[in-house]
Design a protein around this ligand. Structure first.
Ligand SMILES: Cc1cc2nc3c(=O)[nH]c(=O)nc-3n(C[C@H](O)[C@H](O)[C@H](O)COP(=O)(O)OP(=O)(O)OC[C@H]3O[C@@H](n4cnc5c(N)ncnc54)[C@H](O)[C@@H]3O)c2cc1C
Length: 423
């Protein structure tokens, strides 16, 4: 029994304690299930995407001029669906946690140079289509910011907010930790045994968690956890977008709203998100990798990239602001950039991941759509094979869409190619 020193049983083991895992655990607990969460506490999880996130709730501003209209429509519909639930979800969490409110900070400016202003039309169209306001301003001065290169135009999206992710994670963690039917193992999962009637999750501290079902919400850590078993479970490759962000003490910048550029080169643009007490969040780089190294710190090059872009495009005074932290996070994503939520080929193992650049927004949707199933299946019927909480068909539901595990990757829409070529 591999030196097991302690045992625990639960209806569900949720592996991963970022925003997606904690949101899923909260939902399962509120439906009367016993849940063991496995993963580090907030604030002690190097490489966690959630902790490094700007936490813009980007309803429209992630849309880009190069995307086909039906793809914009699909992605925006997921985000609107999630956002519709957000205020009630936050109220419920803060009520249960006994902690102060987690406010939504309204309003996002999307600032564009003359070369990327095409994106503004796509973003504005997405907002108008959803009956949300969007105002185009030519040659604007945004919130008193002093960029080296003033924007040619900017789009004001008053209904697109941001949130302080540190506070959201603290509230989620408190709600889960204080629930009488929850246990929390901070030692990481090292292996998942798939039995006929149960799943056994082994932890690094030799604890064994036996459960009826497990939710894999370990983000970019899922491939290392499953190794070759990913193929058995018919999972598509889960890749990682390494992102560095900066937390700065910048009281001179009295910005009340998020200011960002359109997406560029896979990244969610250059962005500034106001945080409490004169601090601002600056983001972010996005470098694709097959080999996430969670304990790596940000490199000087990553820090320099964020500072260079933000002083050029947002405010030149940022170069003299004090750097407080430079977290690294690995965004979990799939080749088609769509989330993975639902059962794998082995129905006792479910996925809740691959939210890529929008997990802080979408985390609430994945959690809220879960429903308890029948006697033998404790997890949600909405996550049944072939469906997902995001309305996206699971790749494993349709054999023609199945992607094989890294090393033998096949894209459904193209001739088989190597994973490196896909990137
Ligand atoms: C720089 C940056 C900026 C971003 N900005 C935004 C934004 O503005 N808005 C937005 O909506 N989204 C944003 N995102 C994306 C968002 O952060 C992610 O989509 C979301 O946080 C993913 O959440 P998750 O819980 O799936 O993964 P994570 O937050 O990465 O959590 C996974 C957890 O699993 C744990 N884990 C890994 N392996 C194991 C194991 N074997 N056992 C137990 N636990 C394990 C990890 O320690 C981690 O805590 C950003 C991401 C980055 C990196």
């Amino acid at each position: 029994m591999r030196g097991v020193t302690g045992r625990d049983t639960a209806d569900v083991a949720v592996i991963g304690t970022g925003v997606v895992g904690l949101a899923a655990a909260h939902e399962l607990l509120s439906r009367g299930l016993t849940v063991t969460v496995i993963g580090p506490r907030p604030g002690s999880a190097p490489g966690q995407a959630s902790a490094a996130a700007g936490a813009m709730l980007s309803l429209f501003s992630e849309a880009g001029a190069g995307q086909p209209p039906d793809r914009v429509e699909l992605e925006v519909s997921h985000r609107l669906k999630a956002f519709a639930r957000y205020p009630a979800w936050l109220d419920q969490l803060t009520g249960l946690s006994g902690q102060p409110d987690v406010p939504l900070t309204p309003g996002t400016w999307v600032a564009a140079t003359s070369t990327d202003r095409d994106h503004l039309a796509t973003i504005a169209r997405a907002a108008y289509t959803a009956a949300h306001p969007a105002e185009v301003h030519d040659h604007p001065v945004i919130d008193g910011l002093q960029p080296q290169i003033p924007p040619a135009a900017a789009l004001w999206l008053p209904s697109e907010p941001s949130i302080d992710i540190t506070r959201l994670l603290a509230v989620l963690a408190a709600v889960v930790a204080r629930h009488p039917h929850a246990r929390w193992h901070t030692s990481p999962a090292t292996d998942v045994d798939l039995g006929a009637v149960e799943v056994r999750v082994h932890c690094a501290d030799h604890q064994l968690v036996t459960c009826a079902q497990t939710v894999l919400a370990a983000g970019a850590g899922i491939p290392a956890l499953l190794d070759d078993r990913g193929r058995e479970l018919e999972l598509p490759p889960i890749l990682a977008g390494r992102g560095a962000s900066l937390l700065m003490d910048a009281p001179a910048l009295a910005t009340e709203h998020t200011v960002r550029t359109p997406n560029s080169a896979f990244a969610c643009g250059t962005h500034l998100v106001p945080r409490a007490a004169g601090t601002v969040y600056l983001g972010a780089t996005n470098r694709l990798t097959l080999d996430p190294v969670p304990h790596d710190g940000a490199t000087l090059d990553e820090i320099a990239t964020v500072i260079r872009d933000s002083t050029r495009i947002l405010d030149r005074r940022l170069s003299t602001a004090a750097l407080m932290r430079a977290p690294i996070g690995y965004r979990p994503y799939t080749i088609d950039h769509l989330p993975l939520v639902g059962p794998t080929a082995y129905p006792r193992v479910l996925l809740a991941t691959a939210t890529y650049r929008c997990g802080v927004l979408l985390g609430c949707l994945g959690a809220s759509d879960q429903r308890p199933g029948g006697d033998s299946e404790v997890l949600p019927e909405t996550l049944s094979r072939g469906r997902s909480a995001f309305g996206v068909t699971m790749p494993c539901a349709n054999p023609s869409r199945v992607l094989t595990w890294p090393g033998r990757t096949r894209h459904p829409c193209r001739k088989p190619r190597s994973l490196a070529a896909e990137l």
